[in-house]
Design a protein around this ligand. Sequence first.
Ligand code: NDP
Length: 486
Amino acid sequence: MAANEFRMLIGGDLVAGEVGSYDIVNPSTEHVVGQAPEASSAQVQAAAAAAADAFGAWSRTKPEYRAELLSRAADLLRERVPELVPLVQAETGATQRVTETMQVPTCVDRLRRYARGAMEPATIPLPPGETMTTALAPGGLMSAIAVRQPVGVVACITPYNFPIVNMAGKIGPALAMGNTVVVKPAPQDPLAVTVFGQIMHEAGFPPGVVNVVTGSGAEAGQALVASADVDMVSFTGSTPVGRAIGEVAGRDMKRLLLELGGKGAGIVFEDADLKTAISTIVSAWAFHSGQICTAPTRVLAQRGVYDQVVGGLQLAAGHLKVGDPLEADTIVGPLVSAVQRDRVEALIQTGISQGGELVAGGQRPDIETGFYVAPTLLAGCKPDNAAVQQEFFGPVVVVVAFDDEDEAVATANSTEFGLYDYVFTADTSRAMRVAKQLRTGNVGINTAQRNHEAPFGGFKMSGVGRDGGSFGLHAYSELQSIIWPG
Ligand code: NDP
């Protein structure tokens, strides 16, 4: 096997793709990083079957054993950080800062978190010594206890923005709960995920417990979702693909966890600390070139501070250095592919044609190779502008003016998404009042920092189900009641 060829993991074997392999391209240099295997649908079925075969024994293992293997995998992963950082960097195009802080180390943290998670009680917490008691039945008093059971084989399908972190966030809780998994990473950047698969294998997970298949969503992804051996689909990605997966999985009552698109509203009230509001929005704007589902890229600014907000964002745009992600002072790197760049550019033009005022960016930066879009600011947008309603997944911020609280809430709630909104205000009562009216799964108040123990997920078309901390464990389990007389 050549150094830049990668292998899938199926039933404990490292294998090439039966369809062949395809080039993974560095989004900055446009050079080939390596060859990813392309799975046939028979290989996807074999991976799902291996996971189904392994499920019985794995689901009966002691939590201590599962915790030990997850910890060992975290240790091995940490040892290989120096190898994984350049690989993830090359295939995603993420800047050094993003790669070194988020793309790789977060993955180790997630495995450690769910190694601890394996030891969390599988029974529903009740006062010590008590059981859950049912009402009197004809035969007398019946007692009951609720336990969490693993779901079975979980298909984990992930997007391109944080390939190994997304994988760890799914397989960590799924394995901790006693499920087996088949992972299908995004086709743009699957290489580090295949290395991660090998690491799980080296950590000692029994054959079939962890499987990794690579290839396109149209082939490998669809075959996996449709497989009769799959009991649950945990998908993170766009809303249209999530809907298509939900339709197929729903036919067989497969359990679903869908983390989908977002169009975060950043509501800036007149009494807000504008420095905090603007710097928070700017950091989210630039972070991973806007390829993040939770970013407050839809800024709603109260009329009295509207000009200051637009002016502050315009000034900041000029200071966001765009360029080679390997240079330490680069803030905005390329988008993952030419397809994604073209999509973002087309939506910018639509936004302008629908009345958005181009205040910054909008053009391709003068860089010889790579899929770059300059940080772009569209102000004066009406709430129904396509650039306000649709997700860019690129470095584009749109600004809409509002007069009062009711209008802010109505505009924030006016998209099909409901993943993460933000409220910037000095008035705590208002912050809580507004937060409770937002039809969104998460609300940040004067911050974009996450709390990874909090439940995370979407309202409306942003998804179904919750993960994060212990909620992640619950997502990969079924509740079972065990009832006995007495
Ligand atoms: P996509 O939805 O385009 O793709 C995600 C994955 O699904 C890819 O592996 C894709 O393969 C695969 N896929 C496509 N069609 C099918 C199918 N019918 N059956 C099974 N698998 C399929 O998302 P992106 O990778 O472009 O990621 C960006 C999106 O992800 C954004 O909308 C973003 O908001 C969302 N996201 C949401 C997060 C959240 O937590 N809510 C976090 C991160 C991203 P292929 O590319 O070959 O089609």
